[in-house]
Write a protein that binds this ligand. Structure first.
Ligand SMILES: [Zn+2]
Length: 202
C-alpha cells in the first residue's frame, strides 16, 4: 500500500495592530497564519503544492478563510504570504529523485567506460549478455583470446526476462563447444545493442 497525501506546515504568524475583527470588532486581536502544503509519500515530503492561510481572532475565536476576509485583513494576509518562504525540506523528495537520477546516469557512464575497456582488452572469463533472435536473452563466456578474435563458450540456456539472465549464468550451463568471433564483429554487436552487458569478475 502506498501512503500519500498532503500535509500543511505552519510557516509564520502575525498579529497586526491595525486590523479589526469583523465579528466582535476588537482591534488588534486577529492572528494571521500562513501555511504551506506539500505532497508526501510515506511521509517523505515531495514538493510544495499551495501556500495559504487563515486569520483567527484571539478574542472571539472567529476563523476567517482568505475569501471571507474583509479588505484590510486580506491586504495584511497577502503581504504576509508574499513575505513568507517555505522551508527547503518540503522539496526533499524532488531532491532525492534528482540525486537518484544523477547517480543512475553516473553509474551508467562508469559501466559504459568499463565495458569499452573490456571490449578492447577481452579476458578469459568475461561474460557477455546478449539478445537472442527469438526475443530471449542469454550469455556467452570468453574461454580464449587471440590478436583479433575471441573464443567463446555459449550458454545452453535462454531466458525471456532480461532481469533474470544472471540466474542462467552458471558454470555448468556453458557448452563444451567453442566458437571463434572476430573482435570487430563483437564490437558491432555491442554497438547495435545486441550485446547489452559485459561482466568481469574483479
Ligand atoms: Zn473577534
Amino acid at each position: 500500500m502506498i501512503i500519500y497525501g498532503a500535509r500543511a506546515v505552519h510557516l509564520k504568524s502575525a498579529q497586526p495592530k491595525s486590523i479589526i475583527c469583523p465579528s466582535c470588532s476588537t482591534q488588534g486581536s486577529s492572528v494571521i497564519s500562513i501555511y504551506r502544503k506539500h505532497a508526501h509519500i510515506f511521509w517523505i515530503p515531495l514538493f510544495p503544492i499551495t501556500k495559504n492561510g487563515i486569520s483567527q481572532c484571539q478574542h472571539c475565536k472567529k476563523v476567517l478563510e482568505p475569501k471571507e476576509m474583509p479588505e484590510p485583513i486580506k491586504r495584511e494576509y497577502i503581504n504576509l504570504k508574499n513575505d513568507t518562504k517555505g522551508p527547503i525540506w518540503q522539496f526533499a523528495g524532488l531532491g532525492i529523485i534528482a540525486a537518484l537520477i544523477s547517480w543512475g546516469i553516473y553509474t551508467n557512464i562508469e559501466d559504459k567506460k568499463k565495458e569499452s575497456v573490456y571490449l578492447q582488452l577481452p579476458q578469459m572469463g568475461d561474460v557477455y549478455k546478449y539478445k537472442v533472435e527469438n526475443g530471449n536473452y542469454s550469455t556467452f563466456k570468453i574461454v580464449d583470446v587471440s590478436q583479433d578474435s575471441i573464443f567463446i563458450s555459449p550458454n545452453e540456456y535462454e531466458i525471456n526476462k532480461i532481469g533474470q539472465v544472471y540466474t542462467i549464468d552458471k558454470p555448468e550451463n556453458y557448452s563444451e563447444i567453442v566458437y571463434g568471433m572476430s573482435k570487430t564483429k563483437v564490437k558491432e554487436m555491442y554497438d547495435s545493442g545486441e550485446i547489452y552487458d559485459i561482466d568481469r569478475l574483479e
